[in-house]
Design a protein around this ligand. Structure first.
Ligand SMILES: Cc1cc2nc3c(=O)[nH]c(=O)nc-3n(C[C@H](O)[C@H](O)[C@H](O)COP(=O)(O)O)c2cc1C
Length: 213
């Protein structure tokens, strides 16, 4: 493939054995099977500092996060559910994407995003829904198929393999959907006027945009 699609996975937790990271790895396999080049951004490995709006010289970990995400056609996000929402460390990574606000196009414009959450209890949809709010705020497109994985403590073995082949199939399907959706945008990228028209129609995502609107 000449211009290979790029799908970047962001996820995991600060735990050494992370179910949300295991799920993300499997979903990325699906994207790779669909022909995408993939990259995994592990929240634990990134060790990001806490987002600081006054930090004008963020470390390489933050730059790498932002450049990988901005360069991707598609994304897969995978957060554990903490107290009915996403984890603080995952949200902190998303907060750093504020640095993409002055790009052209800004933030996640026309990036397709697949969503996964892992929960200890019997459902994880609240975390997926929270992730979707962020996708929309950053002007991305969430794929309709989502993966809220309940009782994640029994879903993966120590090596991060899915215990149930159906779960692996579903995660692969999510990765493939992200690649398929990204392909549509890659075939017909937005013109500058498309992008500015869309910009004018959305709610400003930052103070700076609100002031200049
Ligand atoms: C601080 C904290 C809060 C949690 N809150 C919830 C919760 O509200 N609902 C739930 O089902 N599980 C909750 N859990 C369980 C995690 O969602 C579950 O262990 C998940 O698989 C952790 O993902 P990880 O293995 O990637 O770290 C919580 C765990 C922690 C550590």
């Amino acid at each position: 493939m000449k211009n290979q699609l790029v799908v970047v996975g962001l996820g995991g937790s600060l735990a050494k054995h992370s179910s949300s990271l295991a799920a993300l790895r499997i979903a990325l396999e699906g994207a790779a099977e669909a022909g995408a080049r993939t990259e995994l951004l592990d929240i634990r490995d990134l060790a990001l500092p806490t987002y600081d709006p006054d930090n004008n010289d963020p470390p390489n970990s933050v730059r790498h996060l932002c450049e990988s995400i901005y360069g991707a056609n598609g994304l897969i996000w995978s957060s554990p559910m903490y107290h009915g929402t996403i984890s603080g460390s995952f949200k902190n990574a998303l907060d750093w994407l504020q640095l993409l606000g002055d790009r052209k196009p800004p933030y996640l414009t026309d990036k397709v995003v697949g969503l996964i959450s892992t929960a200890g209890g019997v459902q994880g949809l609240q975390a997926v829904n929270t992730l979707e709010f962020v996708v929309r705020a950053l002007r991305g497109w969430a794929v309709p198929l989502v993966m809220p994985i309940a009782q994640a403590w029994k879903a993966f073995d120590d090596q991060g393999r899915a215990q149930d082949p159906l779960l692996a199939d579903q995660l692969h399907a999510l990765g493939k959907e992200v690649a398929r959706g990204s392909c549509q945008f890659a075939l017909e990228p937005p013109t500058e006027s498309d992008a500015s028209k869309a910009e004018a129609e959305v709610t400003p995502a930052s103070d700076r945009e609100a002031r200049s609107a």
